[in-house]
Design a protein around this ligand. Structure first.
Ligand code: AMP
Ligand code: ZN
Length: 143
């Protein structure tokens, strides 16, 4: 996609600090890191978000993450990391080219994870019921 920043990084039109590359995927440092070594892992093929990315590409992407995420953290001097996907504007996605954040974490690094809340009344059962129905409907539409 001509106006996609990550496609421009893949084509070499925009510079990036690459840490891994193969025929189908690229990993490079996030320009505004949450922690040192914060890396973005992307497929070279352009897909705008999680649900438009073919299942086999998602599978390959997570297989690659399984192989390099520990080393990304280790290279940053960490033995822990967060894997993150901001999917859709409400979730904070700003670059619409599928990517996974690998964020190296250290003990007491001062980073906070997202907050939590309590369910009220029957809310938990109700939302679970709706999620089950949505999964069932989506599975039926694939048959
Ligand atoms: P998001 O879409 O919210 O998952 O985040 C996109 C990420 O891309 C942000 O963390 C940005 O700092 C990062 N980013 C944007 N432009 C570049 C760039 N040219 N090189 C490296 N990282 C970038
Ligand atoms: Zn792209």
């Amino acid at each position: 996609m001509s106006d996609c920043i990550f496609c421009k990084i893949i084509s070499g039109d925009i510079p990036a600090t690459k840490v891994y590359e193969d025929a189908g995927f690229l990993a490079f440092l996030d320009i505004h890191p949450v922690s040192p070594g914060h890396t973005l892992v992307i497929p070279k093929q352009h897909y705008d978000r999680f649900e438009t990315t073919p299942p086999e590409v998602v599978a390959e992407l997570y297989k690659l993450l399984r192989s390099i995420a520990v080393s990304i953290a280790a290279g940053a001097g960490a033995d822990a990391f967060n894997l993150g996907v901001n999917n859709g504007p409400a979730a904070g996605q700003v670059i619409f080219h599928t990517h996974v954040h690998v964020i190296p974490r250290k003990p007491k690094d001062g980073l906070e994870s997202w907050g939590s809340r309590d369910y009220e009344g029957t809310e938990m059962d109700e939302v679970a019921k709706k999620i089950r129905a949505a999964i069932k409907q989506s599975a039926a539409s694939r048959e």
